[in-house]
Write a protein of this length. Structure first.
Length: 422
């Protein structure tokens, strides 16, 4: 244990003092603040976009100028109530009462201005009817028909001396509420994508840091001193844990900064692309699950990266050595996309149990759908078991290859060295 603490302290202190770690932490915190205050900035500009030196009268005049003209011709002069009702209901339009003699001129205007429309009211079979002339108007014939029908039916019922309360109940619309099942909505997609990217870059970058640390010490011959004073297994575990703690510190700083900035600046009832943002999916339970998958996902890939660092003699060769691991991480990342887009799909369920993909997919599924506790425990158990197996193999390879100097070892040469060492 003493040797493990020594290796851990040495790696941790070396890592936390590096300019790259300090600069990356500052950049991460800056980006976190920028992202979390962006809703407040958007809301500010949205609320002030219409504030200028115009008087209220000028604003209203400008607003009316932008409205479409909705011309109405009541050729039978029977629907004055219906026309008045249309004026009240079509507030987004300039409703203009016109004469039958103006019909051709109005149609010509519609063809030229595109956006305007004409309603030609008349009687057919003792019922109101209308012709609708338009080129590219946003006016809805269905809405116009509903307004005319409502007013016409009300007049008939009043003439029949029906009570006003009964008329109101007869014409009242049936209210309804939409209750979406599950958790998937726009807010969920935003959160899930952010979590997926944070977990991916964290696991990848901190694992890569382990490989760089091993390769740097091997190049400087520090590794030879370490191996004379402690076991290779202690070195691998100590370095992996130290880099993991450094990564966890950055993630916690990111999380705390995001929560503080979010709490201080996030506007109430904020909408993005017309959708109300709701972050109620983020619960203490989902945060704990995400941290567990980060820890064990990091350990899984970190042990693989430690071996990659031991296979090279120069730090410049690390990129070539970690290339296979990089491909595995990228494939795992892209396979986790179904967990965001369709958390209830079969593909999403499968990848959430595969140890190399579960660190990225299961946290998203937990946010997007109801995942049973047994499924989460089974997924974590498979991930932990695989991490232990990979750690055991990595230590064996690391022990055999760490004192090798020369060109990058190939798989056959690694296997030969492991057999010779045993």
């Amino acid at each position: 244990m003493k040797d493990l603490i020594c290796v851990f302290n040495f790696t941790f202190i070396t890592g936390i003092r590096k300019k790259s770690f300090i600069i990356s932490t500052i950049i991460i915190l800056f980006l976190t603040v920028a992202i979390t205050i962006s809703p407040a900035v958007i809301d500010y500009f949205k609320s002030n976009s219409n504030s200028d030196t115009q008087t209220e009268a000028n604003k209203e005049e400008q607003k009316n100028e932008l409205k479409e003209n909705l011309y109405i011709i009541d050729s039978s002069n029977l629907y004055s109530k219906e026309v008045a009702a249309l004026k009240e209901s079509m507030l987004d339009f300039n409703v203009v009462e016109s004469q039958a003699t103006q019909q051709e001129e109005i149609i010509k205007t519609i063809n030229e201005n595109k956006k305007n429309a004409l309603i030609l009211l008349y009687e057919k079979d003792n019922l109101p009817a209308f012709d609708f002339y338009t080129n590219d108007s946003s006016a809805s014939p269905h809405s116009i028909s509903s307004s005319i029908k409502s007013t016409y039916v009300t007049s008939l019922l009043e003439e029949a001396k029906l009570e006003a309360s009964l008329i109101h109940r007869t014409l009242s619309s049936i209210e309804y509420n939409v209750n979406p099942l599950g958790k998937s909505n726009f807010s969920y997609y935003v959160i899930a994508y952010l979590m997926l990217f944070v977990l991916f870059f964290s696991v990848y970058l901190y694992g890569y840091m382990v490989a760089m640390s091993v390769a740097a010490e091997k190049t400087s011959r520090v590794m030879e001193i370490l191996l004379t004073s402690t076991k290779p297994a202690i070195i691998v575990i100590g370095k992996t844990l130290a880099m993991g703690v450094l990564g966890l510190i950055q993630l916690l700083l990111l999380g705390v900064t995001a929560m503080i900035t979010f709490g201080l600046t996030f506007p109430s009832n904020f909408e993005l692309f017309g959708t109300m943002m709701d972050f109620s999916q983020i619960t203490p339970g989902s945060v704990i699950i995400a941290l567990l998958y980060f820890i064990f996902g990091y350990l899984l890939y970190a042990f693989l990266n430690a071996v990659s660092g031991a296979l090279v003699s120069k730090a410049e060769d690390v990129n070539s050595a970690v290339m296979p691991i990089t491909f595995i991480v990228l494939i795992a990342f892209y396979l986790s996309y179904p967990s965001v887009m369709a958390p209830d799909s079969k593909m999403s369920s499968i990848v959430s149990f595969i140890p190399f993909t579960s660190p990225f997919s299961m946290p998203s599924r937990v946010l997007g759908t109801d995942v049973s506790g047994i499924s989460i425990l089974l997924s974590l158990a498979l991930l932990i078991a695989t991490t232990v197996i990979v750690a055991f193999i990595s230590i064996k390879v690391y022990t055999a290859a760490t004192l090798h100097y020369g060109k990058l070892l190939k798989p056959k040469e690694v296997i030969r060295l492991v057999k010779e060492h045993n």
